[in-house]
Design a protein around this ligand. Structure first.
Ligand code: PEP
Ligand code: MG
Length: 944
């Protein structure tokens, strides 16, 4: 999100006229590296369309959409003109908030500014500010945004007394993060107060993180109990919530009978007899200043006052004649505005405004399509060349193995539909039919999937379709003028968002199921068939797959995975490896030109696919499959043998685990130990931080099964892409570069201490290797190691080594300074690659390039090993690169002493090492180090 900081501000500017001021602003943006000089013309063109003055001494110059190509990076420059500048609309301006934005990020700034525009004396304060912080403070009174929306309504709760309803409402506010336990404690101690008309109020100020109002209505209402209002917060920020309460108290209906939409309307002050109309905003960049101005002008031409609110928003209506308030809604393309008015002529006035909005408020607009929001951020699609048949297509090897089967291309159909309709009965009928149809489809799929893993998931989908509340929510929206499609999708989206907001991660993940099932009904409404996986073995082909998609795969039938996007270290790839499915990712968008039913070879060993293989290729493929099977059988046979090269160099091959219960399986597969226990999974499996006894029991499972083999346990590694529900972290712009790994653990040393105590106590005399994640330098290592040293004074654990993970380039570069003090290094190539190449490991487009065989990463590994060996320390590899068949000889040649890989891969990695000679591996490593790019490395290795 675009935010204003003191560094963006320049004080004391002077300009003879508005053009000069604008030129200065353009120069500032350019000097800050935000724009090219051509952007100034965009600023001028925009002013020629209409003034960007917001009022109260502030103007917000920004370029036209056409000038966005001159924006290098989104940013703002604020220029203060103490003497003021007369703008071309005669307004006096003291501050220019000049925006260079590539999309509609500036709406956030705009929305933010509108909150301060009403401040009395603002223009003078802006003119007189003598330091940047004061000016910033003038511009950014950031009131805590009060929350009262669909999420805070709890309708028809099966509770019959006011306390129960109050606590249910409070629990919802807690799950939404608006309040913390002291708030609940305060409510428990008080009795709800009757405020009239069967409504009751509870109010507390302790433990409030965001002012909020929840409304709970009972399933069985009567005149004594119509609903409970639960208010959190105090002072100015709760003012809008108090107004909403007032609206409820002054309207005549029983709120327990109202639908969510009706209740939101009453909270917004709309009376039951008001004329309302919903209209979708189609403007590409939302309700920014120019269309907002038009809207206000149309509203002013009407004979009676019009109110406006966002259907998806916080139930606060604003006057449609107030420019700042209309902009303050922050409405974006695709959101629904609700217009309302009461009195004679209301219908005509509402219609006039609706029409103006529908026709774009002076801008050219295009209709919405299903999932338009997602489409809006996609780059325009170019015609793509189809894939050549019987030709290998190189991509990224994400999970080893070889398979051939017909493709099932998961292409989500494009669904187009009208947003509104004026025949609600017919629309409800259509929706009922589409739901019945979906039900029948799911039942057929459940029968087909019998015995497989997809069956239970489909059964959950069918159950979701039976949800009366969901149907009711959709019907309510339809009755307000939406089409069956729009009503249904809005009900699904709202329910999914509420689900996503739940603290329980597993429940939150159900939101994806809800959207899946919603899409099926939507497709039926649009008369489009949903892609249905075949009944027999297939290769799943998709644009991208999230970890939850992979976890939900029907492994009985899926033989392999191929995606257009994605990279080898994305968590979905790690999951594919854990499931033992060959996977190739990052093929590019041409992949989706493939037709379902076409045979595809997935070669997870070489990282390529072959569409429609010819007869000769099939013959060779069958040969390789046979060889692979034999190799696997031989590898399995020899799994307990050591991994020694033909010239007698021995390394260890251990298993990566996230669950200690899988240790016996790893040992059975021939692992020489556990080389990486991702202990965060143990923490994630509990709803609160596991205590000493719980952790000891977990670690005991590993030590017992290892029976004397070493356990390398990584201390808690959360933050970044690994959230922990009960350890909420402040929102960060770059969580991958923020509080994570050991940095985070050191902020709560008591948690780290309990973990270390559990590990050391449980180890006793058994071999324990402790390593700290994401260590950037010696200072962090020392801070963490001090805890271990202190505990070892009281706990007798003689066979303990303490090391660090090398996954930040700084720690590889500084390995010579770390090596004297650590016992070992373990290289986390997933993160090391991410941070070296500056490519997010889960990035949908870029992570395909995030290849650990990049020579830059290899050089860091070389430096690490050299430093370690000079001090007699050992080095392991625990990232995914360790199980890449092309990388194994290189890593061996670089001197790596231990490979820790997915437990399934242990026998094969051992077998691969047994086939190598250390001397050859060293030459390959040298060859790889001399290359310039990752693909050069792979090409050379292939040819060697
Ligand atoms: C790594 O970064 O390589 C690693 C092993 O840690 P994780 O994948 O758990 O981040
Ligand atoms: Mg890591």
């Amino acid at each position: 999100m675009l935010t204003l900081t003191a560094d963006d501000i320049r004080l004391g500017c002077r300009a003879a006229n508005w053009r000069e001021a604008l030129a200065l602003a353009g120069e500032e943006l350019e000097a800050a590296g935000r724009t090219t000089p051509e952007y100034l013309q965009g600023l001028l063109d925009r002013e020629a369309q209409s003034s960007t003055v917001l009022g109260n001494g502030i103007a917000i110059p920004h370029g036209t959409p056409e000038s966005r190509e001159h924006v290098r990076s989104t940013g703002i420059r604020v220029l203060q003109f103490p003497d003021g500048v007369t703008w071309h609309d005669d307004a006096r301006v003291h501050v220019l908030v000049t925006i260079a934005a590539q999309s509609d990020e500036h709406l956030d700034i705009l929305r933010h500014l509108t909150r301060v525009l009403d401040k009395p004396g603002l223009a003078q304060q802006l003119a007189e500010a003598t330091d940047r912080d004061t000016l910033l403070a003038c511009l950014s009174r950031t009131p805590a945004t009060p929350k009262c929306d669909r999420d805070t309504l709890l309708l028809k709760v099966p509770a019959s007394d006011t306390r129960e309803l109050a606590l249910t409402a409070a629990a919802r506010l807690q799950s939404l993060g608006c309040v913390e336990p002291p708030f609940i404690a305060s409510l428990v101690a008080q009795s709800p107060q009757a405020v009239g008309r069967g409504l009751w109020l509870v109010h507390a100020t302790d433990g409030v993180t965001q002012p909020a109002l929840a409304v709970a209505t009972p399933a069985k209402a009567d005149s004594a109990l119509d609903g409970v209002l639960c208010l959190a917060g105090q002072g100015e920020d709760t003012q809008p919530l108090l107004e909403q309460i007032d609206h409820l108290l002054t309207q005549p209906e029983s709120i327990a009978r109202l639908s969510a939409d009706e209740l939101l309307a009453r909270l917004a002050g709309e009376q039951a007899n008001a004329v309302t109309r919903q209209v979708r905003l189609l403007n590409a960049h939302g309700l920014h200043a120019r269309p907002a101005k038009q809207l206000v002008q149309v509203a002013r031409q009407q004979s009676l006052p019009l109110q406006l609110r966002l259907l998806e928003g916080d139930a606060q209506a604003v006057s449609a004649t107030s420019l700042t308030r209309v902009i303050g809604l922050g409405a974006r393309r695709g959101q629904t505005l609700v217009i309302s008015a009461a009195g004679e002529g209301a219908q005509a006035a509402v219609d006039a405004l609706a029409q103006a909005i529908e026709s774009g408020l002076g801008e050219a607009v295009t209709p919405l399509r299903a999932h338009d929001e997602r489409k809006a951020t996609d780059t325009p699609t170019q015609p793509v060349e189809p894939l050549e048949t019987d030709t290998p297509i190189k991509a990224v090897a994400a999970s080893p193995g070889l398979a051939v089967a017909p493709a099932f291309v998961m292409r989500l159909p494009e669904l187009t539909y009208a947003a509104t309709a004026n025949d609600p009965d017919n629309q409800c009928e259509r929706l009922n039919r589409a739901i019945d149809e979906a039900f029948g489809q799911l039942e057929a799929l459940i029968r087909q999937a019998e015995g497989g893993e997809a069956g239970p998931i489909l059964a959950v989908h069918a159950e979701m379709l039976r949800d009366d509340d969901l149907h009711q929510a959709a019907f309510d929206i339809i009755r307000e003028g939406a089409s069956a499609e729009a009503g249904w999708w809005q009900a699904i989206d709202t329910a999914a968002k509420a689900q996503e907001a739940l603290a329980d991660r597993l429940l939150a993940e159900r939101a994806a199921d809800l959207r899946d099932v919603g899409r099926r009904v939507l497709a039926n409404l649009c008369g489009v068939a949903m892609p249905t996986p075949p009944d027999e073995a297939y290769i799943l082909v998709a644009d991208d797959l999230g970890p939850s998609d992979v976890a939900r795969l029907d492994t009985q039938r899926v033989r392999g995975l191929v995606t257009a996007k994605g990279g080898a270290t994305a968590h979905s790839a790690i999951l594919a490896r854990a499931l033992g499915l060959p996977a190739v990712v990052g093929v590019g968008e041409r992949l989706l030109t493939l037709d379902s039913g076409t045979d595809v070879v997935v070669d997870g060993e070489r990282g390529c696919i072959v569409p429609a293989p010819g007869a000769e290729r099939r013959r060779r493929l069958n040969q390789r499959l046979e060889q692979l099977e034999q190799l696997q059988a031989r590898a399995h046979e020899a799994r307990h043998e050591p991994a020694s090269t033909v010239d007698g160099h021995q390394v260890e091959v251990c298993a990566n685990l996230g669950n200690t219960a899988h240790t016996p399986e790893a040992v059975e597969r021939g692992a020489d130990g556990v080389g990486l226990l991702r202990t965060e999974f143990i923490f994630m499996a509990h709803s609160e931080a596991p205590d000493l006894a719980t952790q000891r029991a977990e670690y005991a499972k590993a030590f017992d099964a290892l029976d004397g083999l070493p356990l390398v346990a990584r201390t808690l590694d959360v933050g970044g892409d690994k959230p922990l529900d009960y350890w909420p972290l402040p929102e960060e712009d770059n969580p991958f570069l923020g509080l994570r790994g050991i940095r985070l653990s050191l902020t709560r040393p008591e948690i780290l201490e309990t973990q270390l105590r559990a590990l050391l106590t449980e180890a006793g005399s058994r071999p324990l290797r402790i390593m700290f994640p994401m260590v950037k330098d010696l200072a962090e290592f020392r801070a963490a190691k001090a805890l271990v040293d202190r505990l070892r004074e009281e706990i007798d654990a003689p066979d303990v080594q303490v090391g660090v993970m090398i996954e930040i380039p700084s720690s590889a570069l500084l390995a010579p300074t770390l090596a004297p003090e650590v016992d070992f290094f373990s290289i986390g190539t997933n993160d090391l690659t991410q941070y070296t190449l500056a490519i997010d490991r889960g990035h949908p487009q870029l992570s395909a390039e995030s290849d650990g065989l990049h020579p830059a990463v290899l050089r860091l590994i070389q430096m690490t090993v050299q430093a370690a060996h000079e001090h007699g320390r050992w080095v392991g590899i625990c990232g995914e690169l360790g199980s890449d068949p092309q990388a194994i000889p290189v890593l061996l040649g670089l001197g790596v002493d231990e490979f820790s890989v997915t437990s399934r891969r242990v026998p094969l990695v051992k077998a691969c090492i047994r086939n190598l000679a250390l001397s050859d591996a060293k030459s390959l490593a040298q060859l790889a180090l001399q290359q310039a790019t990752a693909s050069d490395v792979r090409d050379k290795l292939e040819g060697a």
